[in-house]
Design a protein around this ligand. Structure first.
Ligand code: GRF
Length: 198
C-alpha cells in the first residue's frame, strides 16, 4: 500500500492474518499502522532502487520470505512488473473505488464519478492481471451518489463499501486457493484463467 491504510486497519481489526506489509511510501499512514501492529514492513521506496524491476524483485523476495499466500493491493499507487505478476500469478487482488470497468486506470476514480454526473458508483475487488484494473471481478458494491455529495462525503461511503467487500473477496480467494479446491471453475473463471501471467 501507499496511503492512509484504512483498509489495512480494517483487515487487522477483523482478524485477517496479515503476515507482511510492503509500501513504496515508508512515511504513509499505512506504514505506521503496520509498525504499530508489529507486522513486518518492507520499506521499498522507488528511490532506493535503480528500476521498478529491482524494486519489485525485492518486494517479491520480501513476500516469499514471509510465506505470503495472497497479495492485497490496498491503495497501492504503482503498477506491478511482469515478473512480480508471474511470481504471484492469480494470487494478487486489488481494491478500486469505482464499479469497474467504469473509472478504471487512475487514482481519482471518486473525483471522476462525481464529476461525470452518474447516479451510482461503488467499489470493486478484482484479481490483478497485466491489464490495469481489468482482471476478473470478485466482488462489487454499488454506492449511490447523493445530492450535495462532495468528494469527501462520497469517498467516505465508498470506503465503507470497501471495508465490507475486501474481506469478502479475500474469503473467496481463500476458498479458491485452498488445497483441494476445484480448479476447473465456472465458464467465466475458466476464461479468466488465461489472463493470468505465467
Ligand atoms: C481505497 O479507496 C482504494 O480503493 C484505492 O486507494 C484507497 C486506499 O485507501 N485504491 P486506504 O489507504 O486503505 O485508506
Amino acid at each position: 500500500m501507499s496511503g492512509k491504510g484504512s483498509n489495512l486497519h480494517n483487515l487487522i481489526e477483523r482478524g485477517f492474518n496479515v503476515v507482511a506489509v510492503a509500501t513504496n511510501r515508508p512515511s504513509c499512514g499505512g506504514a505506521a499502522i503496520a509498525r504499530e501492529n508489529a507486522i513486518p514492513l518492507g520499506e521499498l521506496s522507488q528511490k532506493g532502487f535503480g528500476s521498478s524491476e529491482e524494486r519489485d524483485a525485492a518486494m517479491r523476495d520480501f513476500f516469499k520470505a514471509h510465506d505470503v499466500e495472497l497479495v492485497v493491493d490496498a491503495g497501492y499507487d504503482r503498477v506491478h512488473t511482469q515478473a512480480f505478476l508471474k511470481a504471484f500469478s492469480g494470487r494478487i487482488v486489488n481494491i478500486h473505488p469505482s464499479l469497474l470497468p467504469e473509472f478504471g486506470g487512475g487514482m481519482d476514480a471518486v473525483e471522476q464519478a462525481l464529476a461525470s454526473g452518474v447516479e451510482v458508483t461503488g467499489a470493486t475487488v478484482h484479481i490483478v492481471t497485466s491489464r490495469l484494473d481489468g482482471g476478473p471481478i470478485l466482488v462489487q458494491e454499488a454506492v449511490p451518489i447523493l445530492e450535495g455529495d462532495t468528494v469527501e462525503t462520497l469517498r467516505e461511503r465508498v470506503h465503507d463499501a470497501e471495508y465490507r467487500i475486501l474481506p469478502q473477496a479475500i474469503q473467496l480467494m481463500e476458498a479458491r486457493l485452498a488445497p483441494g479446491a476445484r480448479t476447473e471453475g465456472s465458464p467465466r473463471t475458466r476464461g479468466a484463467a488465461s489472463e493470468f501471467v505465467g
